[in-house]
Ligand binder design. Sequence first.
Ligand code: 6PG
Length: 467
Amino acid sequence: MELYDFGIVGLGVMGRNLLLNMADNKFAVAGLDLDLAKVQSLENEINDTHQVKATTSVADFTQAIRKPRAIMLLVPAGNPVDSAINSLLPHLEEGDIIIDGGNSYFPDTDRRFIELSKKNIHFFGMGISGGEKGARFGPSLMPGGDKGAYERLRPIFEAVAAKVNGEPCVTYLGNGSAGNYVKMVHNGIEYGVMQLIAETYDLMKRGFGIDDDKIQQTFADWNKGELQSFLVEITSEILNKFDEDGQRLVHVISDWAKSKGTGKWTSQNAMDLQAPIPVIDAAVTMRDMSKLKPERIQASEKLTWSPTVDAIDKDKVIEQIKDAFYFAMLNTYAQGLSQLTIASEAYNYGLDLEQVAKIWRGGCIIRAAALEDFRQAYSRNPALRNILLDDTVAQNVSARQEGARATIKYAVDNGIPFGAYMNALAYFDSYRSERMPTNIIQAQRDYFGAHTYERIDREGSFHTQWD
Ligand code: 6PG
C-alpha cells in the first residue's frame, strides 16, 4: 500500500503543478483534494512515466504514502491550513512531516509548529515562489522548520527546485517560521520593485510623453543587462500584449490594485521590529491609494498642477531613468535584506543571508542579476548589516545617484506620483547621514512631555525647562 514518496493536499494550480514537477523527477506522488473535478483534472494531465495517485479520500491518501510520511499542503493561507491539518491528524503517526507550502502568516506557522511538535509531527513552513510556471518547472523554495526532518525532504526539494549554474534554489533556512518569514519579505521586495516599475512607466509616458513602443523596447533592453530580472522581463511582455481591438491591453486594465496580505505583513512586522523599509511601505500604500478611485476622480479636478514642460532628449532621459531604477531597486533589496537580518536576531532564525540571496537568484518572482552581486557581498562579509555597506554595491549605487536625483526631480516638477522612488532616495540619504535631524525631535519630546534626551558630550539622561 505505501508506495508513494510524497503527498500533496490541494490540487489547485499550484498543487497540481508542483505534483507534476515531482512526478517528472521520478518521485511517486499522491494527491488529495476534496473536489472530484480537481482530482480528475490532475488525472488527465499525467502520463505513462508518472507514478501518481489522486484521490478525494483522506484515508486512501495517507495510507498510500510511505512512512514516515511527508505531506505538503497547498491550500489558501489562514483557516484552510488549520482545517487541512485537522483532517489529516487522525491518520498520521509520530515522525510524519507536514509542510505548509502557502503564503502563511509567520506567527500562524510558529503556533502550528509548537502544536504539532507536541504530537511529534514535524512541521515546515515553506515559501514557494515562481507562480504557476515556477511550480511546474522549477520554483524557488524557502523551507524553515526542523533541520533533521529537512534532510529527509532534501532530495525531493533539490530535484524540483529551479537551478542556477546547476545549484538548486532551495536550502534549509532556519528554525520555526523562518521559511514563511523569508517568503513574506520576498513578497515585500516584490511589491516594492513592482511599484518602482509602475512609477517608471508613468514617468516615461505621462511625464516625458514617450510612446508605448519605445517604453516596451526600453524594458526589453534593460532586461539584457545589469537590470535583468523577471519583473522587468514580464513588464516588456505585458506592454507587448494587444487586445482584440488592437490597443494595448494594459490601457483597459483597471488601476484598482489588489493584494493578499504579504506586503502589508512585511511592513507591519518591519514597524514592530523598527526595521526601516520605506519603499515597501510606499508600495503597500500606493495599492491602497489605488482603491480611493472615486475620491481621486474628484481630486483630479480640484487639486491641479500645470507643469512647465521643457523639450527633452528622450534617449538621454531614458539613460537617467535606467540609473534611477537601478538605484531604487538596489535600495529596495537593501531594505528587505536588512529586515531579514534584524528579524533573524529577533526571532533566532539563524538566517544565512548569502544562502537567501543564492536561492532567490532563480525560480522566484524577484530573481534578478543583482542577486548574484548580493550573494557575493554576503560571502565576502557574512556579518554585513546592509548590502549598501558592501564596497562593490556602495560603488554601484553611488554611481547612479545623479540619474536618480535628476529623474526624481523631473517627476516632482511634473506632478508624477513617485512614492517608491522618493522613499528609496530618502532611505539612501538618511542612511548616509552621519547625523540626522532627530535631535530636534528629542528636544520637542522633552519640551512638551519631559521625555528626556541624551547628549553627545555627556553621559546620562537630561531634562530642560524649555519655556
Ligand atoms: C510568488 C508570488 C506569489 C503570489 C503573490 C501575490 O512568489 O510566487 O509572490 O506568492 O503571486 O503572493 O501577492 P498579492 O496578491 O498580494 O499581490
